[in-house]
Design a protein around this ligand. Structure first.
Ligand code: URA
Length: 238
C-alpha cells in the first residue's frame, strides 16, 4: 500500500501539493469512487485509478536501452558534462532511472538504464559474470598472440589478472585492426587497459551486447527505447 499522492507524483502527475489540489477538485477516482483525501493508502497494483477520467497506467520500474553517444557521461548528475539521464524525456526521467554500470565518456553503444535496484545489482555484480561484448578499433596489428593473452587473462597495469576473455579479430592490418572483445567483468577502462598492457591503443569502442541483449540497430546514437517485457524477463532470468 502506498499514499495516492506519492503514487501519482512518482508517475509524473505533479508535486504532492498539486496532487492534493486535483484531489480536492474531485478529479481523482479510485475504483470508481471520487476520493477526498490525498494521503489515502491504495494498492496501485490492484486498484483502478483515474485522473480526470483517464485511467492511470501504473508501473513502478522502468527499463531502457540506450545507444550512448560519445561525449556524454554514464551518471545521473555531473558538474560539467551532459549525462545519459539528461538525454531522457521527462516521461522517463520522472522514474529516476540510473545507468547499469558505466561506459567511458568516449565509449558509445549499449547502455541500460533502470530504477530497479535489485536487477541493477545482479547485472553489475562480479559474481554473475554477465557477458559484455565490445566492437573495438585498435591502432596496430592485432595478432594471434594477443588472442592467446586475452584467453589466458591479461595482467593490467595495477597487477590485476583479468578473467579469461575472448578476442576475435575481424580485420588486422599494420595501420590498425578491428576486433570484438567479450568480457565477463567490468573493471574501470578495462578494454582500453587490456590493450595497453599489450602495447596497443583502443581508438574506438562500442558496446554491442550486454547480458544477452544486442544493441538495437534502429537506435541512433543518443536514442533509447523501453525494453520489451520479454527482454526484461531475459535479464531477470540471468
Ligand atoms: N572498457 C573500457 O575501456 N571502456 C568502457 O567504456 C567499457 C569497457
Amino acid at each position: 500500500m502506498e499514499r495516492i499522492d506519492k503514487i501519482l507524483s512518482n508517475l509524473g502527475y505533479g508535486s504532492r501539493k498539486e496532487i492534493k489540489t486535483i484531489v480536492k477538485k474531485g478529479m481523482v477516482e479510485v475504483d470508481g469512487e471520487t476520493i477526498k483525501d490525498s494521503s489515502m493508502q491504495v494498492d496501485p497494483e490492484k486498484c483502478k485509478i483515474h485522473v480526470n477520467g483517464k485511467e492511470v497506467i501504473y508501473k513502478r520500474y522502468i527499463y531502457l536501452m540506450m545507444n550512448k553517444p560519445d561525449g556524454v557521461v554514464s551518471a545521473t548528475y555531473d558538474n560539467y558534462d551532459e549525462t545519459v539521464v539528461d538525454l531522457l524525456h521527462p516521461d522517463h526521467s520522472v522514474f529516476n532511472p540510473f545507468p547499469v554500470g558505466r561506459l567511458d565518456k568516449d565509449t558509445v553503444g549499449l547502455l541500460l538504464l533502470t530504477n530497479d535496484g535489485e536487477l541493477n545489482h545482479r547485472l553489475i555484480s562480479p559474481k554473475w559474470h554477465v557477458d559484455k561484448v565490445y566492437y573495438a578499433e585498435i591502432d596496430k596489428m592485432v595478432e594471434l598472440s594477443d588472442v592467446e593473452a586475452f584467453n589466458k587473462g591479461v595482467i593490467l597495469d595495477d597487477e590485476y589478472k583479468c578473467l579469461p576473455a575472448k578476442l576475435s579479430i575481424l580485420e588486422a592490418l599494420s595501420e590498425g585492426s578491428k576486433v570484438e572483445v567479450t568480457l565477463q567483468e567490468g573493471k574501470f577502462h578495462q578494454v582500453k587497459r587490456m590493450f595497453e598492457s599489450l602495447g596497443k591503443k583502443v581508438t574506438y569502442l562500442k558496446r554491442i551486447r550486454f547480458a544477452s541483449l544486442d544493441l538495437d540497430e534502429n537506435l541512433q546514437e543518443g536514442e533509447y527505447r523501453e525494453l520489451t517485457e520479454e527482454e526484461v524477463n531475459i535479464l531477470k532470468s540471468i
